[in-house]
Design a protein around this ligand. Structure first.
Ligand SMILES: N[C@@H](CCC(=O)N[C@@H](CS)C(=O)NCC(=O)O)C(=O)O
Length: 133
């Protein structure tokens, strides 16, 4: 990599925002350097809004990743971006069939009513794919 990008990862309360923890754990575990911006849910406003998120995230949700100042939002899009920026870290499965199953896992949890159920289905398929290898 010529010049590593400047990464700023904007997250919410770590004990509430599992979406924030996805790219945070991935980056930390993979030793990818990033600056963390920690925002808090606005308790006074019912705890649903993230106070001060506007300058970072077009969707006003966390997480958001700024790559040299350019925003990427949605936890899995951020994980994909990190995988593209750091191919040597091998963050994504090399096998095409394993990537297809991961794509299923990526799509379903984004749909509000499909959280746990979709993830277990994706987990089952992932297990099936890996046991075939
Ligand atoms: N699909 C999104 C979900 C992000 C999300 O819903 N974030 C919540 C916190 S866990 C949020 O920022 N909510 C603030 C709001 O809806 O105003 C992702 O994967 O990043």
């Amino acid at each position: 990599m010529a010049k590593p990008p400047v990464l700023k990862l904007v997250v919410g309360n770590k004990n509430y925002s599992s979406w924030s923890m996805r790219p945070w754990v991935l980056a930390r575990q993979s030793a990818i350097p990033f600056e963390e911006v920690q925002l808090k849910f606005d308790e006074a406003g019912g705890g649903l809004r993230v106070a001060g998120v506007e300058p970072y995230s077009p969707t006003r949700k966390v997480p958001a990743l700024l790559v040299d100042g350019e925003a990427v939002w949605d936890s899995l899009a951020i994980c994909e971006t990190l995988a593209e920026l750091y191919p040597e870290k091998q963050l994504w499965p090399a096998a095409a069939d394993a990537r297809r199953v991961d794509a299923l896992g990526q799509e379903l949890p984004g749909k509000p009513d499909h959280g746990i159920e979709a993830q277990s289905e994706a987990g089952r398929l992932r297990h099936k794919t890996r046991s075939r290898a």
